[in-house]
Design a protein around this ligand. Structure first.
Ligand code: MG
Length: 156
């Protein structure tokens, strides 16, 4: 079984930039109710989608005071727990970040480790890639960061 996830968040001044649970020094962070970790959100939706479960907005409603500024690694943990409850395990996840800046490569290993730990997967089963948007559209104007992801699960 496979699932697909997509997310996008706007840049906002005065917030930390968190991607894959890694805080990255940058001029802007991302706006959002949680830590706005767009990469973790896309992966969580891919995991949930693999079994046709409702998306992260169902489990972590926007505006819920309990979710304010939470680490999105908690969202990944919840998604993985829901998969296990259904009698499935994750095989791998793969994701692409779309951003003009910052550079992702120096943080890739740390992101793989954080996401792998949250999902109960070895780091090498967490694919993290990044591309620019060739300066096209909102992402190209550096207005935000998007991410897409797939997840594969199998019955235990
Ligand atoms: Mg999001």
């Amino acid at each position: 079984m496979i699932g697909l996830g997509y997310d996008i968040h706007r840049f906002k001044e005065g917030r930390p930039l968190v991607l894959g649970g890694v805080e990255i020094a940058h001029s802007h962070g991302l706006d959002g109710h949680s830590d706005a970790d767009v990469l973790s959100h896309a992966i969580a939706d891919a995991v949930l989608g693999s079994l046709g479960l409702p998306d992260i907005g169902h489990w972590f409603p926007p505006g819920d005071p309990d979710c304010k500024d939470i680490s999105s690694l908690r969202i990944l943990e919840k998604a993985a727990a829901l998969i296990r409850e259904q009698g499935y395990e994750l095989v791998n996840v793969d994701a692409t970040l779309i951003a003009e800046a910052p550079k992702i490569l120096p943080h890739r290993t740390a992101m793989q480790e954080n996401i792998g730990r949250a999902l109960g997967l070895p780091a090498e089963r967490v694919g993290i890639k990044a591309t620019t948007n060739e300066m096209l559209g909102a992402i190209g104007r550096r207005e935000g960061i998007a991410a897409m992801a797939v997840a594969q699960v199998r019955s235990v």
